[in-house]
Design a protein around this ligand. Structure first.
Ligand SMILES: Nc1nc2c(ncn2[C@@H]2O[C@H](COP(=O)(O)OP(=O)(O)OP(=O)(O)O)[C@@H](O)[C@H]2O)c(=O)[nH]1
Length: 345
């Protein structure tokens, strides 16, 4: 199966707006018995290493965390370094993997990520961009596509579209969404993915990336941009010539504690918070230390929709602690952090 041309390492870019189901799909792929070793590169937006923790829990794959500054500018350099280190280790036999999956942040324009594979000779000599997969959240996509340019670019660049959460939406709404996506990107096949359940043949070795098609979406796709100041932080405005719309108004912050939560209090608090701030809460998720269970609780949501799962057990001697990230527009950081503090047991 993994027989890329000229020994190139195939790369899959997994994209989709915040909370669209990327990690769910990836986890599913990693736990499937396909006999391939997959190196995963995680690029998150102020999310600490929460996804990595969710993934590492039950797989033995190589997970590389890339904590980005501003997606549009730093990612290409970080990604380039990460990819070239990986290829060097593989050549030396220090690392074994058959392919690479890059999970981008939900706020990323996949353009600059894809560009890396064409603009940089060293990367192009080792890797082949196989395809861009885009997850689309059936419940929230309509609004995301109306308001977020990154969400539209993710559709435009897709070689394969997976619609998640169709189970939570009306069939007519799913059909209308599918129709809209077809207009935006007639090239990409669409398929529903219930909790990431998709055939591996729809995920790997699609050989879907077609440079000509991408140049139609973005004629500047292969234009080198002048380097610019990299010190801005998450959520700060960045004067990038092309890709600056992604995080102008989106900010993130993290709650941390090594005291356990009182589950009932936390549920009440978050339930009330999403009633008020839900529309502005693009994404929240955490790995939590909860009273009354010896397992991690993985808690997450998108706008008003939230849910929790039991994760792996805390190991004996392991330091139990909670970490939760909030990503949103004009969220009242102090109210949320103090409120969370008040839910501790
Ligand atoms: N009902 C339903 N929920 C789903 C489906 N797919 C994913 N989810 C849930 O949606 C939430 C977000 O899924 P993730 O896989 O974490 O999304 P993501 O795209 O990785 O999120 P970010 O990395 O934060 O952008 C989780 O609670 C999933 O369990 C689906 O098909 N149906």
């Amino acid at each position: 199966m993994s027989n890329p041309q000229k020994g190139l390492i195939p790369v899959t870019i997994l994209t989709g707006f915040l909370g669209s189901g990327k990690t769910t799909l990836l986890k599913r792929i990693l736990t499937e018995a396909h006999g391939q070793k997959i190196a995963v590169i995680e690029n998150e937006f102020g999310e600490e290493d929460i996804d990595t923790e969710i993934l590492v829990a039950d797989t033995e794959e190589q997970i590389i965390q890339m904590n980005n500054g501003c997606v549009c500018c730093t990612i290409r350099e970080d990604l380039r370094t990460t990819l070239s280190d990986l290829a060097a280790k593989r050549r030396k036999g220090d690392l074994k993997f058959d392919r690479v999956v890059i999970e981008t942040t939900g706020l990323a324009d996949p353009g600059p990520v894809a560009q890396t594979f064409f603009m940089d000779d060293e990367i192009a000599e080792s890797y082949l961009l196989d395809s861009i997969l885009t997850l689309v959240d059936a419940v929230h996509a309509e609004e995301q596509l109306n308001t977020r340019q990154e969400a539209r670019r993710q559709i435009g660049f897709a070689d394969q579209i997976f619609i998640s959460k169709a189970d939570l939406a009306q069939p007519e709404a799913v059909a209308a969404l599918s129709h809209r996506i077809k207009h935006m990107n007639p090239r990409a096949p669409q398929q529903q993915a219930h909790f990431g359940e998709v055939a591996l043949s729809k995920v790997f070795d699609l050989r879907g990336f077609n440079l000509n098609a991408k140049l139609e979406i973005d004629p500047d796709f292969l234009t080198i941009e002048a380097p610019h100041d990299h010190d801005h932080e998450h959520g700060e405005h960045c004067d990038h010539p092309h890709h600056h719309v992604h995080d102008d108004d989106v900010k993130s912050f993290v709650f941390k504690s090594d005291k356990p939560f009182n589950p009932a209090k936390l549920e009440d608090f978050l339930g009330a918070i999403v009633q008020v701030y839900g529309p502005k809460m693009l994404r929240y998720k955490g790995v939590l230390y909860m009273k009354g269970t010896d397992k991690r609780v993985i808690f997450q949501g998108v706008h008003q929709l939230m849910g929790s799962d039991l994760g792996p057990k805390w190991m004996p001697g392991e330091k139990k602690a909670s970490k939760m990230v909030f990503i949103g527009i004009d969220l009242p950081k102090e109210i949320l952090l103090q409120g969370m503090e008040g839910c501790l047991a």
